[in-house]
Design a protein around this ligand. Structure first.
Ligand SMILES: Cc1cc2nc3c(=O)[nH]c(=O)nc-3n(C[C@H](O)[C@H](O)[C@H](O)COP(=O)(O)O)c2cc1C
Length: 173
């Protein structure tokens, strides 16, 4: 797939099958995350965790669902990538770094035919539960700044509003 096709193929999936992605694909996706632009090249401020332990996924899902009772924040995904960050050398840049890293990983996943979704809700769940942070193994001073689910869609999820430009653009020449 060329890059633009992979960008266009990515869409948020909110229902996954149990089928796990391969270790090789997971490694490729995490590698893509590590190739993202990061402010000040402060790569030491960031850590990626690939969670496939069903018990831990269940615990993250349950804690994250407390904000919205009855919800299923992880949508049954068999893999959750958790991004943690300490304070960066550049003030307030952590969530922007997260956006670059997670977008890279979602596009790489799309290129491999793997479905994904950026999950803010799981971040709230993790940061609100010291026990989850301990189980994930974040070092002191690190908090979750983003998460992304990976797997295979349980049904077809069309791209929201198709493939047209979705953001208003102004050309100033
Ligand atoms: C930073 C960020 C956080 C998001 N968090 C959630 C989330 O917690 N749950 C969810 O269902 N979708 C979440 N989304 C997905 C957006 O709702 C989705 O990207 C948007 O509806 C556009 O659809 P598309 O991704 O299919 O193009 C998040 C997206 C971004 C960029």
């Amino acid at each position: 797939m060329n890059t633009l096709d992979a960008i266009k193929a990515r869409r948020s999936v909110r229902g996954f099958t149990d089928k796990q992605i391969s270790d090789a694909d997971l490694e490729t996706i995490l590698f893509a995350g590590g190739q993202a632009a990061v402010g000040g090249a402060d790569f030491k401020s960031l850590k990626l965790y690939a969670v496939q332990d069903p018990e831990l996924l269940k615990a993250i899902n349950e804690t994250s669902a407390k904000r919205r009772p009855g919800s299923d924040p992880l949508y049954g995904a068999p893999t959750l990538v958790v991004l943690a960050s300490s304070k960066s050398i550049l003030e307030n840049i952590e969530f922007t770094n997260a956006g670059c890293i997670i977008q890279n990983m979602m596009v790489a996943a799309a290129d491999l035919g793997i479905d994904s979704i950026y999950l803010w809700m799981a971040m709230y769940g993790i940061n609100g539960d010291p026990e989850l942070i301990k189980r994930l193994g974040f070092p002191e001073g690190f908090t979750c700044v983003g998460t992304m689910a990976l797997g295979y869609a349980a049904k077809e999820f069309p791209k929201v509003r198709g493939n047209e430009q979705r953001i208003e653009v102004t050309y100033i020449k």
